[in-house]
Ligand binder design. Structure first.
Ligand code: BES
Ligand code: ZN
Ligand code: ZN
Length: 498
């Protein structure tokens, strides 16, 4: 399960060995204008590239529209021209455009081990970083479990830009972040029989082995001893026993303490309240929150950010059997509160509640949880936007800023008093769900909030929609697991670091 990502470098000129050169097309004063080191191409191939390239780009349909990329007819080097839009390009537009261009290059016949040069006349470090991230994220290929391993389509990405120190730093940061996102994607894409809670916990340990991150894995015995009633109830139906992984990164000089909590249901059958087959099919993705949190830890430590981060990944498999928990069961959670179980398919909030309550014991200033929590959130916001709920608007704004900086989309949803009151129970401290399916994402958020002590700020990211892209690839997002939330969490840690 160790991936070989494309290597990333920074050069001042386009290398003569490049197999593919990515150029941009923008509009200056209404005139289509090629962006990139055309001069380098002319030097290397002794041709006047500029005019024919511009004509070719236009006749082959490359437009300044974002994310449209075309391959020009064979010249000495294969040139992919991608639209950059006609206004000043933003970091996220660049990520998407470069991602789309790299994916276009990967579709070239015989594409294997390509050396890709990205030449877009970039100077600002945050744009260089975005282009590099977009290229590596676009070059991602999901692992295949065939006996014959294919070679990666892209072997190197070279960003052509003025090579000052801050540009080099931007490239290094892009590499760390993109590798973490690809790691999260790999875990999400792994078949559920190959990523049970125990195997997932081992994989987390392996991925953090070179980082200054301490990691403890609580197995089922430790969970019983600790009184993790939610995780044990959810994991009770499966022969693959649950785990709680605790990770901590505590660099010297850190002043802020952030806690991250991720949902790691390695397969969600629904349990006794079993899902129909069509809805169960994608449920290996139900561990995407945990994948994002572990991968974010890897990146935060890899970047050496000055912030203390404690992360929890709650791992269990939700299965129907004679040892399953039931609807109507009353569970005692880690913090001693009791919960009347509403539906065994609302399992995510139970494992998250235990992990959030445990995180609170570490007394962080802020807890952020990430979970593929509700189908209702997908109904509300579609497949590409995640839901965001928070204890207060300052925290919500912090997360929205981080999402924007990372190039991910979240939308704030309210947790209303009426929804909170739907969790009242006559037999326990609370019910695990609302009275009906309306506002289901909010009810789940309201439930989690009950496990956060008042003095700790809290944010909740429901990634049920954007964690898994069932359509074809777009921008720098592949089909399948997307690694969503990693970039937001890393940007948040960056913003809170000293
Ligand atoms: N893992 C699902 C949520 C989900 C659904 C994620 C579709 C991705 C795609 C979660 O555990 C679940 O089943 N939630 C139920 C809750 C309901 C029973 C209150 C849902 O959303 O239907
Ligand atoms: Zn479920
Ligand atoms: Zn679930």
């Amino acid at each position: 399960m160790t991936r070989k990502n494309a290597s990333l470098s920074l050069s001042k000129t386009i290398d003569r060995d490049a197999d593919v050169v990515i150029l941009g097309l923008t509009a200056v004063g209404g005139q289509p204008t090629l962006v990139g080191a055309i001069g380098d191409l002319e030097k290397s191939y002794h041709k006047a590239y500029s005019t024919p390239l511009r004509t070719l780009a236009l006749t082959h349909g490359a437009s300044t529209t974002l994310e449209t990329a075309v391959v020009l007819p064979p010249t000495s080097v294969r040139v992919v021209v991608v639209g950059l839009g006609d206004a000043d390009v933003t970091a996220e537009q660049l990520r998407r455009a470069v991602g789309a261009a790299v994916r276009t290059a990967m579709q070239l016949p015989g594409a294997e081990g390509l050396k890709v040069a990205v030449s877009l006349e970039l100077a600002a470090p945050d744009l260089i970083r975005a282009a590099a991230e977009g290229a590596l994220l676009g070059a991602y290929e999901p692992e295949v479990f065939t006996s014959k391993q294919d070679k990666p389509k892209v072997s190197t990405v070279d960003v052509v830009a003025a090579g000052r120190g801050d540009a080099r730093e931007a490239i290094d940061e892009a590499r760390v972040v993109a590798e973490a996102v690809c790691q999260a994607r790999d875990w999400t894409n792994t078949p559920p029989n190959l990523l049970t809670p125990a195997l997932f916990a081992e994989a987390a340990k392996h991925s953090l082995r070179d980082q200054r991150v301490s990691i403890d894995v609580l197995d089922e015995k430790a969970l019983e001893k600790g009184g993790y009633g939610g995780i044990l109830a959810v994991g009770g139906g499966s022969a693959n026993r649950p785990r709680l992984v605790r990770m901590q990164y505590a660099p010297r000089g850190a002043t802020f303490h952030l806690a991250l909590v991720g949902k790691g249901i390695t397969f969600d059958s629904g349990g006794l309240d079993i899902k129909p087959a069509g809805q169960m099919a994608g449920m290996k993705y139900d561990m995407s929150g945990a994948a994002a949190v572990i991968a974010a830890m890897q990146a935060i430590a890899g970047l050496g950010l000055k912030i203390k981060v404690t992360a929890y990944a709650a791992m269990a498999e939700n299965m129907p059997s004679g040892t399953s928990y039931r609807s109507g069961d009353v569970m005692t959670m880690f913090d001693g509160q009791t919960v009347e179980n509403y539906n065994t398919d609302a399992e995510g909030r139970l494992v998250m509640a235990d992990a959030i309550a445990r995180a609170a014991l570490d007394e962080p200033q802020l807890i952020v949880d990430v979970a593929t929590l509700t189908g209702a959130c997908m109904v509300a916001l579609g497949m590409r936007v995640g839901g965001l709920m928070a204890s207060d608007d300052v925290t919500a704004d912090r997360l929205l800023d981080a999402a924007e900086a990372g190039g991910e989309e979240f939308w704030q949803l309210p947790i209303t008093e009426e929804i909170r009151s739907q969790l009242d129970s006559s037999v326990a401290d609370m019910r695990s769900g609302g009275k009906n399916r309306f506002g289901g994402a909010l009810a789940a958020g309201a439930f989690l909030h009950r496990f956060v002590p008042e003095k700790i700020a809290w944010g909740h990211l429901d990634i049920a929609g954007p964690a898994n892209n069932e359509d074809s690839a777009f921008g720098c997002t592949p089909k399948g697991g997307t690694g969503v939330a990693v970039r937001t969490l890393v940007a948040l840690a960056r913003q809170l670091s000293s």
